[in-house]
Design a protein around this ligand. Sequence first.
Ligand SMILES: [Zn+2]
Ligand SMILES: [Zn+2]
Length: 209
Amino acid sequence: MLAADLVNTAPGSGTAAEALPDAGALEVFLDAHHVVPRRAAWDEDLIAVRALRPRLLAIWEAVAAGAPGAAAAMPPLAAVINELLDDADARPWLVDHGGGWGWHLHVTRPDAPLIHRIAAQAGFALADLVRLGETGRLRRCAAPGCRAVLVDLSRNRSRLYCDTGNCGNRQHVAAYRARQLASAGGTAEPPPAQGRRRQPGGPGGRSPG
Ligand SMILES: [Zn+2]
Ligand SMILES: [Zn+2]
Protein backbone atom coordinates (compact mmCIF):
# COMPACT_ATOMS: atom_id res chain seq x y z
CA MET A 1 0.00 0.00 0.00
CA LEU A 2 1.31 3.41 -0.95
CA ALA A 3 0.79 4.92 2.52
CA ALA A 4 2.81 2.26 4.34
CA ASP A 5 5.53 2.16 1.72
CA LEU A 6 5.86 5.92 1.86
CA VAL A 7 6.12 5.99 5.66
CA ASN A 8 8.84 3.34 5.38
CA THR A 9 10.97 5.49 3.10
CA ALA A 10 11.72 7.81 6.02
CA PRO A 11 15.16 7.38 7.58
CA GLY A 12 14.99 5.27 10.72
CA SER A 13 11.71 3.57 9.89
CA GLY A 14 12.13 0.79 7.38
CA THR A 15 15.74 1.46 6.51
CA ALA A 16 18.44 3.47 8.23
CA ALA A 17 18.94 5.83 5.30
CA GLU A 18 16.57 8.18 3.51
CA ALA A 19 14.97 6.07 0.78
CA LEU A 20 13.80 9.13 -1.15
CA PRO A 21 17.11 10.97 -1.50
CA ASP A 22 16.21 12.80 -4.71
CA ALA A 23 13.48 13.39 -7.26
CA GLY A 24 14.64 10.37 -9.27
CA ALA A 25 13.95 8.07 -6.32
CA LEU A 26 10.53 9.67 -6.00
CA GLU A 27 9.84 8.89 -9.67
CA VAL A 28 10.66 5.23 -9.06
CA PHE A 29 8.36 5.19 -6.06
CA LEU A 30 5.51 6.79 -8.02
CA ASP A 31 5.89 4.31 -10.88
CA ALA A 32 5.72 1.45 -8.41
CA HIS A 33 2.49 2.81 -6.93
CA HIS A 34 0.54 3.55 -10.06
CA VAL A 35 0.68 7.32 -9.83
CA VAL A 36 0.51 7.55 -13.60
CA PRO A 37 0.37 9.32 -15.92
CA ARG A 38 2.01 12.32 -14.33
CA ARG A 39 4.45 15.10 -14.92
CA ALA A 40 8.06 14.74 -13.81
CA ALA A 41 8.73 14.98 -10.09
CA TRP A 42 10.67 18.05 -8.97
CA ASP A 43 12.60 18.86 -5.82
CA GLU A 44 9.63 20.77 -4.42
CA ASP A 45 7.48 17.67 -4.85
CA LEU A 46 10.08 15.68 -2.97
CA ILE A 47 9.99 18.12 -0.07
CA ALA A 48 6.19 17.98 0.10
CA VAL A 49 6.13 14.18 -0.12
CA ARG A 50 8.68 13.83 2.65
CA ALA A 51 6.59 16.13 4.82
CA LEU A 52 3.56 13.91 4.28
CA ARG A 53 5.26 10.93 5.91
CA PRO A 54 4.81 11.95 9.56
CA ARG A 55 1.12 12.69 8.90
CA LEU A 56 0.67 9.17 7.58
CA LEU A 57 2.68 7.68 10.41
CA ALA A 58 0.29 9.43 12.83
CA ILE A 59 -2.48 7.20 11.48
CA TRP A 60 -0.60 4.06 12.50
CA GLU A 61 0.08 5.66 15.86
CA ALA A 62 -3.59 6.52 16.32
CA VAL A 63 -4.51 2.90 15.64
CA ALA A 64 -1.85 1.64 18.06
CA ALA A 65 -3.02 4.08 20.72
CA GLY A 66 -6.55 2.77 20.42
CA ALA A 67 -5.61 -0.91 20.63
CA PRO A 68 -7.03 -3.37 21.35
CA GLY A 69 -10.54 -1.94 20.99
CA ALA A 70 -9.88 0.14 17.90
CA ALA A 71 -13.13 2.06 18.42
CA ALA A 72 -11.39 4.37 20.89
CA ALA A 73 -9.00 5.55 18.18
CA MET A 74 -11.68 6.15 15.59
CA PRO A 75 -12.53 9.83 16.04
CA PRO A 76 -8.93 11.06 15.80
CA LEU A 77 -8.24 8.54 13.05
CA ALA A 78 -11.20 9.64 10.97
CA ALA A 79 -10.27 13.27 11.55
CA VAL A 80 -6.71 12.76 10.33
CA ILE A 81 -7.87 10.93 7.20
CA ASN A 82 -10.58 13.49 6.46
CA GLU A 83 -8.04 16.26 6.76
CA LEU A 84 -5.68 14.39 4.45
CA LEU A 85 -8.39 14.00 1.80
CA ASP A 86 -9.50 17.60 2.18
CA ASP A 87 -5.99 19.02 1.89
CA ALA A 88 -5.42 16.89 -1.19
CA ASP A 89 -8.60 18.24 -2.78
CA ALA A 90 -9.57 14.61 -3.42
CA ARG A 91 -12.29 13.92 -5.95
CA PRO A 92 -13.14 10.79 -7.89
CA TRP A 93 -12.04 10.89 -11.52
CA LEU A 94 -12.68 8.16 -14.06
CA VAL A 95 -9.70 7.48 -16.32
CA ASP A 96 -8.55 5.04 -18.94
CA HIS A 97 -4.86 5.71 -19.47
CA GLY A 98 -3.91 2.34 -20.96
CA GLY A 99 -1.65 -0.25 -19.43
CA GLY A 100 -4.44 -2.82 -19.18
CA TRP A 101 -6.31 -1.12 -16.37
CA GLY A 102 -9.39 -0.21 -18.39
CA TRP A 103 -11.68 2.45 -16.97
CA HIS A 104 -10.98 2.93 -13.31
CA LEU A 105 -11.17 5.51 -10.60
CA HIS A 106 -8.40 7.88 -9.67
CA VAL A 107 -8.94 10.03 -6.64
CA THR A 108 -7.54 13.27 -7.98
CA ARG A 109 -7.65 15.03 -11.31
CA PRO A 110 -4.78 14.15 -13.64
CA ASP A 111 -3.38 17.70 -13.48
CA ALA A 112 -3.43 17.85 -9.68
CA PRO A 113 -0.11 18.52 -7.94
CA LEU A 114 1.84 15.32 -7.27
CA ILE A 115 1.55 15.74 -3.51
CA HIS A 116 -2.23 15.88 -3.83
CA ARG A 117 -2.32 12.76 -5.92
CA ILE A 118 -0.18 10.88 -3.42
CA ALA A 119 -2.00 12.13 -0.33
CA ALA A 120 -5.41 11.42 -1.85
CA GLN A 121 -4.43 7.92 -2.94
CA ALA A 122 -3.08 7.16 0.52
CA GLY A 123 -6.11 8.74 2.20
CA PHE A 124 -8.63 6.77 0.14
CA ALA A 125 -6.95 3.44 0.86
CA LEU A 126 -6.87 4.23 4.57
CA ALA A 127 -10.46 5.45 4.53
CA ASP A 128 -11.44 2.11 3.01
CA LEU A 129 -9.87 0.26 5.94
CA VAL A 130 -11.84 2.42 8.36
CA ARG A 131 -15.05 1.88 6.39
CA LEU A 132 -14.55 -1.89 6.47
CA GLY A 133 -13.63 -1.98 10.15
CA GLU A 134 -10.18 -3.28 9.23
CA THR A 135 -7.88 -0.73 10.83
CA GLY A 136 -6.43 -3.55 12.94
CA ARG A 137 -4.50 -4.46 9.81
CA LEU A 138 -2.37 -1.33 10.24
CA ARG A 139 0.57 -2.56 12.27
CA ARG A 140 4.22 -2.10 13.01
CA CYS A 141 6.84 -4.66 12.08
CA ALA A 142 7.39 -7.15 14.90
CA ALA A 143 11.14 -7.49 14.30
CA PRO A 144 13.24 -6.07 17.15
CA GLY A 145 14.69 -2.69 16.24
CA CYS A 146 12.56 -2.24 13.13
CA ARG A 147 10.27 0.80 13.06
CA ALA A 148 8.58 0.06 9.75
CA VAL A 149 4.81 0.03 9.38
CA LEU A 150 2.83 -2.52 7.43
CA VAL A 151 -0.65 -3.27 6.22
CA ASP A 152 -1.48 -6.88 6.88
CA LEU A 153 -3.56 -7.93 3.87
CA SER A 154 -3.11 -11.64 4.55
CA ARG A 155 -6.30 -13.69 4.79
CA ASN A 156 -5.67 -14.83 8.35
CA ARG A 157 -4.12 -11.56 9.58
CA SER A 158 -0.91 -13.38 10.39
CA ARG A 159 1.63 -11.05 8.91
CA LEU A 160 4.27 -9.95 11.41
CA TYR A 161 7.10 -8.40 9.46
CA CYS A 162 7.58 -5.57 7.01
CA ASP A 163 9.02 -6.17 3.59
CA THR A 164 11.35 -3.23 3.84
CA GLY A 165 14.30 -4.55 5.77
CA ASN A 166 14.14 -8.28 4.99
CA CYS A 167 12.82 -8.66 8.53
CA GLY A 168 10.91 -11.91 7.95
CA ASN A 169 14.05 -13.66 6.73
CA ARG A 170 16.19 -12.24 9.49
CA GLN A 171 13.70 -13.42 12.13
CA HIS A 172 13.52 -16.89 10.64
CA VAL A 173 17.32 -17.17 10.63
CA ALA A 174 17.47 -15.94 14.23
CA ALA A 175 14.83 -18.45 15.32
CA TYR A 176 16.67 -21.24 13.52
CA ARG A 177 19.96 -20.37 15.21
CA ALA A 178 18.24 -20.17 18.59
CA ARG A 179 16.80 -23.65 18.06
CA GLN A 180 20.22 -24.98 17.03
CA LEU A 181 21.86 -23.47 20.10
CA ALA A 182 19.15 -24.89 22.32
CA SER A 183 19.51 -28.36 20.87
CA ALA A 184 23.33 -28.25 20.97
CA GLY A 185 23.33 -27.33 24.65
CA GLY A 186 20.21 -29.25 25.59
CA THR A 187 19.43 -32.91 26.07
CA ALA A 188 16.49 -33.49 23.85
CA GLU A 189 17.87 -33.40 20.36
CA PRO A 190 15.40 -35.24 18.16
CA PRO A 191 16.82 -38.40 16.53
CA PRO A 192 17.59 -38.16 12.84
CA ALA A 193 14.97 -39.57 10.54
CA GLN A 194 15.77 -43.21 9.89
CA GLY A 195 15.91 -44.56 6.38
CA ARG A 196 14.03 -42.08 4.28
CA ARG A 197 10.96 -43.64 2.84
CA ARG A 198 10.52 -43.12 -0.82
CA GLN A 199 7.19 -43.21 -2.47
CA PRO A 200 7.62 -44.31 -6.04
CA GLY A 201 5.42 -42.25 -8.30
CA GLY A 202 4.05 -40.13 -5.48
CA PRO A 203 1.65 -37.27 -6.01
CA GLY A 204 2.73 -35.08 -8.85
CA GLY A 205 5.27 -37.66 -9.97
CA ARG A 206 3.44 -38.85 -13.02
CA SER A 207 5.50 -39.01 -16.14
CA PRO A 208 4.01 -37.31 -19.15
CA GLY A 209 2.66 -39.31 -22.06
ZN1 LIG B 1 -4.73 4.60 -13.09
ZN1 LIG C 1 10.76 -4.73 9.64
